[in-house]
Design a protein around this ligand. Structure first.
Ligand SMILES: [Cu+2]
Length: 109
């Protein structure tokens, strides 16, 4: 039975490794002239959004979930990126606390 056991081990190992291989995607969201370059985006669980401040002044990133909980990612200086991995399905609003016109709706499936 060692062969069968080895085959089982291999199958289990592959099943465990597949999520780690990175089927997650990265998306760059540019912030230019106090606007996100998209109004809405749909991603998968585990995908990463990279917020890139192209302005020569500071922004801020807040991620608000459906319950209204605010996840403040802090200040974002000119040229700085803030990355965020969306690990849970749902609808989110990404905003800048300093420029209220900056709104991005994120749907995570
Ligand atoms: Cu801003």
């Amino acid at each position: 039975m060692p062969l069968l056991r080895r085959a089982t081990f291999t199958v289990v190992l592959i099943a465990l490794l597949i999520p780690m291989l990175g089927f997650a995607d990265d998306y760059v969201i540019n912030q230019t002239k106090s606007l996100f370059d998209k109004d809405a985006v749909t991603v998968k669980q585990g995908d990463k959004l990279i917020f890139r401040n192209n302005d020569d002044y500071t922004h801020n990133i807040q991620i608000v979930n459906e319950a209204g909980d605010i996840n403040d990612r802090g200040l974002q200086k000119s040229g700085q990126n803030i990355d965020y991995i969306f690990g849970q399905a749902g609808h989110y609003l990404v905003r800048c606390n300093m420029h209220r016109q900056m709104h991005l709706e994120v749907t995570v499936k």
